[in-house]
Design a protein around this ligand. Sequence first.
Ligand code: ATP
Ligand code: MG
Length: 397
Amino acid sequence: MKRGADLYNILIVKYGEIGVKGKNRYLFENKLIKNIKNMLKPLGEYNVYKEYGRIYVDVNDDNYEEVMEEVRKVFGIVGVCPGIKAEKDYDVLKETALKLIEQKIEEGAKTFKVESRRGDKSLPLTSQEMSIDIGGYILSNVKDRIKVDVRNPEVKVRCEYRELNTMVYTDSVPGYGGLPMGTAGKAMSLLSGGIDSPVATWMVAKRGMDIECIHFHTYPFTSERSREKVLDLARTLSRYCGPIKVHCCNILEIEKEITEKLNREETTIHSRRFMMMITQRLAEQRHCQAIVTGESIGQVASQTIYGLTCTNAVCSLPVFRPLIAMDKSDIIDIAQEIGTYDLSIVPEEDCCSVFAPKKPITKPKLERIEKSEEKLDIEALIEGAMATIETIVCEVE
Ligand code: ATP
Ligand code: MG
């Protein structure tokens, strides 16, 4: 549907928590502007800028929906509003507000309310008087096609008379909140092909951390396709996070040793511990300050509190488990929202499932686990696995 000529020409970006960061505020805002520009790169060059303590993106009526859809995915943003910026003239402001309401009536709106802000005191009306005046002007032009409802309006028309220009805008499309990426350090995330780990990775990125991923496979026991699936998941995450490095590590030798030499029902715990040991090392090499997993209490045998105690024991970096207290159905909701779910449910073998025991232990004892690992040359196994690491940069195609 084509709108009235040249209705929207700007997006107003609303951000939440970064507003409270005191003197760091401008650093966060600048990061946010940079992240918005990067997000929009595949669509072209856009003018993204700060004015009156807000962030704006110049758009036009033909592309604003597409641009808004990208901008709202940038972490740190709580909402994006399409708006109309016009010359500094009170009559123009009223005319623009009317144009916007006409559009909303066409879209089916039945009630509205005007909220105004007088940013330039040379205007003789107060903000309150502006709202009444503009509301009256609209009503006298639309006849009874729309009514005022100050308590619960379907459309809130925000009118601003400012030092340099006027601005009219309405509803915001929600963003994901969080903090701008790159403002909270870097984490190494264990990415499998499952439903959980992409969601966990996304959640930590949303809190402003840069992300690198590590993926363990047992090629040729696991296929090339199962690796491609993980890289596809990383590409989906990169729509939010920008390019992501995925370090693919072959742990076939480790799995073989564990299966041959250690207790059958404890093999999953041992391989999870090796994964964490390797991740810990790589994370340090890559200057990460934290590790991320998609674990959730009790979800599988290795994620009982006893299992988690055993796998946690080999890490000195903090291990973030954002899904720890979430139910699977809630995790699936997020996976669907962010677009990883359909990829995750494609059946592919996982390195753990290939070697998984039929009856995994649910109450492993750390001491016993550590004792059995003495049968292995842990150092050599870790070094051998790390030597296989191949790094692939995943980005939006
Ligand atoms: P997911 O759905 O993310 O695969 P899961 O419920 O299957 O998780 P596990 O297989 O026990 O659970 O794995 C727990 C966590 O360990 C995963 O969320 C992930 O962070 C990490 N992990 C498991 N397998 C791998 C792997 N092959 N490569 C990298 N990380 C892995
Ligand atoms: Mg898994």
